[in-house]
Design a protein. Structure first.
Length: 178
C-alpha cells in the first residue's frame, strides 16, 4: 500500500499550513509535515532561519530541512499515509528536487491570494512574516507552475479544501516531471 504526497506551497502567510493540516485531518490516514516545524522545532540549538546569517548556514539548514521532509514523506507514504508537506516552493529546481527525492505519486498545490488577504491572514497568526517575504511574490507570479494553482483570496479554509480535493488530478505531477 502506497500513499500520496501533496506539497502545499505558496507565499508565507497564504495559509499553506492551515490548508495542509485540514487536508491531513480530513484524510483517513493523514500526516502533516510542516517545513517550519521540521526546521524550527527539531533544531533546538544553532538554528539559523531562512534568510538569516550566516547565509551559508541558513541555506545548509534549509537544504537539510527539505531532505528530512522528503525522507519522512517517503516513509509515511510507503506505509499508506496521505502526506501533506507545507513549504514555500516557488522555483522549478526546488520542485524538481522534491520530485526526484519522493517516490510514488506526488501532487503540487500552489495557493495564491492577493496582498491584502495574505496580510490579514498573517496578522491573525502567532508569527507575522508575510511582509519580510513579500518579495517572493514576483517569483510566484512569474512561474507557470505545474500542478494545481488556486487563488484562495475569496475562499474559506473549507472551500479551499474542497477545491483542492476536486483538483487532485490537476495537482498530480508525472514521475518524469523535472
Amino acid at each position: 500500500m502506497t500513499g500520496v504526497v501533496t506539497i502545499v506551497s505558496g507565499l508565507p502567510g497564504v495559509g499553506k499550513t492551515t490548508v495542509a493540516r485540514a487536508l491531513a485531518t480530513s484524510a483517513s490516514r493523514g500526516v502533516l509535515l510542516d517545513s517550519d516545524a521540521v526546521g524550527e522545532e527539531f533544531i533546538v540549538s544553532g538554528l539559523v532561519l531562512p534568510g538569516g546569517t550566516p547565509a551559508e548556514e541558513s541555506e545548509r539548514q534549509l537544504t537539510l530541512r527539505r531532505r528530512n521532509l522528503c525522507m519522512l514523506a517517503g516513509n509515511f507514504a510507503a506505509e499508506g499515509f496521505e502526506v501533506f508537506i507545507s513549504d514555500v516552493v516557488l522555483w522549478p529546481p526546488l520542485l524538481a528536487s522534491y520530485r526526484a527525492a519522493i517516490p510514488g505519486e506526488l501532487r503540487f498545490v500552489l495557493l495564491t491570494a492577493d496582498e491584502s488577504t495574505i496580510g490579514a491572514r498573517d496578522s491573525a497568526r502567532d508569527k507575522q512574516v508575510a511582509d519580510a517575504w513579500s518579495h517572493l511574490r514576483a517569483d510566484q507570479d512569474a512561474w507557470a507552475s505545474p500542478g494545481l494553482r488556486l487563488d484562495t483570496s475569496e475562499l474559506t479554509v473549507d472551500e479551499t479544501i474542497d477545491a483542492v480535493r476536486r483538483g487532485e488530478s490537476d495537482a498530480r505531477l508525472s514521475s518524469s516531471w523535472v
